[in-house]
Design a protein around this ligand. Structure first.
Ligand SMILES: [Zn+2]
Length: 298
């Protein structure tokens, strides 16, 4: 089949403020990172990847999908963090399409539902739709779009457990969820105890797919999707984070070290702070990983 009609477009939802009054250590108000939604489309049909999670963002992205004129055949969640899928059922209803994910991602989704009342609904009260887990797996983790394969490739731990990326070989495209970031600070709060090395392996897996384009789940919309640059950025950030973790003894020191080494990044400083608090909390004897991850947001 001709690849003439196959393509992708990205909508980047702006950072949403959080309902936490205490500012960041640098005095800044807290807000989330920008979030990417990708439409992989053929001539008539399209697959939607990682639509957003708050009511305002959902309306914006739904209008963008409608304006594309494409028939949505599936909605894919790359990983279990709620910002990548709490909106899925809204899109499933409006566009009459199933929600699809890997078995590992579906397991992590259930954990995020359990954490909702303690984290997500406190950070964005009344803004996140009801989100029971409705995702299903597909045979061989592969979808077909007008004769082109879309593979959900499992890459293991990245910014959470059991994550995946969507590989579209005929486009040279990887829709990377949070395996790769592009021009935003990265969330390392679930990567204590070897998680950064696991994440590096995930990046190697993505690189081995030979992509020309990588859409990062959190990106600065001014930047392109050049795969080589996005991979280099993500690797460098993990290296810098690891070096800062080795030399800093408090989350505040770590926060400042990452702002200093990445002073050009306009987004995600809240995530640096949250990641730092979670990671340093786990240095305390007997600390519970879930309590550390949830408590770090407040
Ligand atoms: Zn994530």
């Amino acid at each position: 089949m001709s690849t003439d009609s196959l393509g992708y477009t990205v909508f980047v939802s702006g950072p949403v403020p959080m309902s936490v009054t205490e500012p960041l250590p640098n005095g800044e108000e807290r807000s989330f990172q920008p979030s990417s939604t990708t439409l992989v489309h053929g001539e008539r049909d399209a697959v939607l990847v990682d639509p957003p999670f708050t009511a305002g963002q959902i309306e914006e992205v739904a209008a963008w999908v409608t304006a594309s004129g494409k028939n949505i055949t599936a909605i894919v969640a790359t990983h279990g963090h709620g910002d990548h899928w709490f909106g899925d059922n809204e899109f499933a209803k409006r566009f009459d399409a199933p929600v699809v994910a890997t078995a590992g991602t579906i397991a992590v989704m259930h954990g995020n539902v359990e954490a909702r009342p303690f984290a997500w609904d406190k950070l964005w009260p009344g803004q996140i739709p009801d989100a029971p887990v409705t995702a299903v797996t597909v045979p061989d983790n592969t979808l077909s779009l007008e004769g082109h394969d879309l593979h959900l490739v499992e890459v293991g731990h990245t910014d959470t457990e059991q994550t995946s990326v969507v590989h579209v070989p005929d486009l040279g495209l990887v829709v990377a969820g949070d395996a790769l970031y592009n021009g935003a600070h990265m969330y390392i709060g679930e990567s204590a105890g070897g998680g950064l090395d696991a994440w590096r392996e995930a990046i190697n897996t993505v690189e081995s797919l030979g992509p020309r384009y990588i859409v990062a789940g959190h990106k600065n919309k001014e930047l392109d999707d050049d795969a080589t640059r996005v991979i280099a950025f993500t690797r460098r950030y993990l290296d810098d984070a690891e070096a800062a973790l080795a030399k800093c003894s408090t989350p505040t020191e770590f926060f400042q070290a990452m702002l200093d080494s990445h002073s050009d990044l306009p987004y995600g400083r809240t995530l640096v702070w949250v990641g730092a608090k979670a990671t340093y909390a786990l240095r305390e004897p007997g600390a519970d990983p879930i309590a550390a991850a949830v408590g770090a947001w407040f």
